[in-house]
Design a protein. Structure first.
Length: 404
């Protein structure tokens, strides 16, 4: 088999852990598999580099930021290749560029356009273990890019797809994907398997095991992904295509996201083109809007629009929105950062009714007010006050019978 193994920051946090990773890689090679390893930077390294940049400049350039951040993964790729060599296996480390990972030029959140992988294919034929620095690529004009926080997951999935790997293993510090965060609800269970779609919802909802874009990519190209721990031999969770069994379960997981802010534009004219103008400006700034709620008009000619954006973009979005609100003669703009999004997810919702009402009822029973609601075919999300996050997770996990 050709296996891609990705190791996250905690799995390569120091020399001993890198040696342990090398043992696991060597074991797979010994069993006769071809192995491509993708590594993250050592735990905390990326944040440290960002902190350094912020000490130097209040507004560090994004091109230089990418060059800086890509160095974290280069360090671990070289060290991991050395560790594998030390165990008597041939190993070679590649940067994103040497792997032929070509991206667009949107610095700090670039998209992969293609992976040439010529050197990698040749090295695999010559029985090398390949160790790729995750999280990075190169533009057509030779600038280093990074793929967004958590982007090594995307590197791994995209490489697995490009090389037609049989399996993409994502090694992390948890045993797999859980019904919810076990730190909040200790009775949370590990799932044996989960569909791409559910995983996508859970990932984007803030269950931090896999980067959202990596799941989108895996779903599109049907890359079989296993999430498992690098600290033990437990089997992990398979992320795969939906099957009949999965539909029997109404709710598979409860997720929360504390990284959203809510912006409300008060009393804007209720006429064509207003939302288009506002959200175009936000999209043009590369800010991802999540939930949007527009009320029915008050007295027929004005309305409120509320929406959520990532907390990291809230100041930038507020400035943009205030500018447009001024032009539209709206009554003002409100920013609330003390909110959280809480969601229940399951492909079974397509064939079962009553999930939303049960969710609202459960929150109401515990005195938790709902500020915004959104639904899709397989999820119901509510914006609530930040301080109720843990309580909401626990009571919903219980109400949907996820503990058994
Ligand atoms: N080192 C990068 C980050 O911390 C990428 C990754 O770990 O996947 O976001
Ligand atoms: Mg990660």
């Amino acid at each position: 088999m050709l296996i891609v193994q990705k190791y996250g920051g905690t799995s390569v946090a120091n020399a001993d852990r890198i040696k342990a990773v090398a043992e696991r890689v060597a074991k797979a090679a010994k069993e006769g598999h071809k192995v491509v390893v993708v590594v993250s930077a050592m735990a905390g390294e990326t944040d440290k580099l960002i902190g350094l940049a912020n000490q130097i400049s209040t507004n560090p350039g994004e091109r230089e930021m990418d060059l800086l951040l890509s160095s974290g993964e280069r360090i671990t790729s070289a060290l991991t290749a050395m560790a594998v060599e030390a165990l008597g296996y041939k190993a070679i480390a590649f940067t994103g560029r040497q792997m032929g990972i070509i991206t667009d030029a949107v610095h700090t959140k670039a998209r992969i356009e293609k992976i040439t992988g010529e050197r990698a294919r040749k090295a695999l034929d010559e029985n090398y273990v390949i160790v790729v620095a995750g999280f990075q690529g190169i533009t057509g004009t030779d600038d280093v890019t990074t793929l967004g926080r958590g982007g090594s997951d995307l590197s791994a999935v995209a490489i697995a797809s490009a090389l037609n790997a049989d399996l993409c293993e994502i090694y992390t510090d948890v045993d797999g994907v859980y019904t919810t965060d076990p730190n909040i609800a200790p009775e949370a269970r590990k799932l044996e398997k989960i569909s791409y779609e559910e995983m996508l919802e859970l990932a984007s909802l803030g269950a931090k095991v896999l980067q959202t874009r990596s799941v989108e990519f895996a779903m599109k190209y049907e890359v079989p992904v296993v999430v498992r721990s690098s600290f033990n031999d437990n089997p992990g969770t398979l992320v795969t295509r939906e099957d009949k069994d999965m539909e029997k379960v109404v709710v598979s997981g409860v997720a929360y996201d504390k990284n959203q802010s809510k912006i409300t534009v008060k009393t804007v004219p209720d006429k064509p083109g207003i939302a288009a103008r506002l959200f175009k400006a936000i999209a043009d700034a590369n800010i991802v809007v999540d939930m949007i709620v527009q009320n029915i008009s008050i007295g027929g000619n004005a309305t409120d629009i509320s929406f959520t954006v990532p907390k990291t973009d809230s100041k930038k979005t507020l400035a943009l929105t205030e500018k447009i609100a001024g032009e539209l003669e709206a009554k003002g703009v409100d920013l609330r950062e003390d909110i959280a999004k809480i969601s229940v997810v399951g492909v079974g919702m397509r064939t079962h009714s009553g999930v939303a009402s049960q969710m609202f009822d459960t929150l109401a029973k515990h005195g938790i007010n709902i500020m915004m609601i959104s639904t899709s075919e397989i999820k119901v999300s509510c914006i609530i006050e930040l301080k109720y996050t843990e309580l909401a997770v626990r009571v919903l996990h219980e109400a949907f019978g996820l503990s058994q």
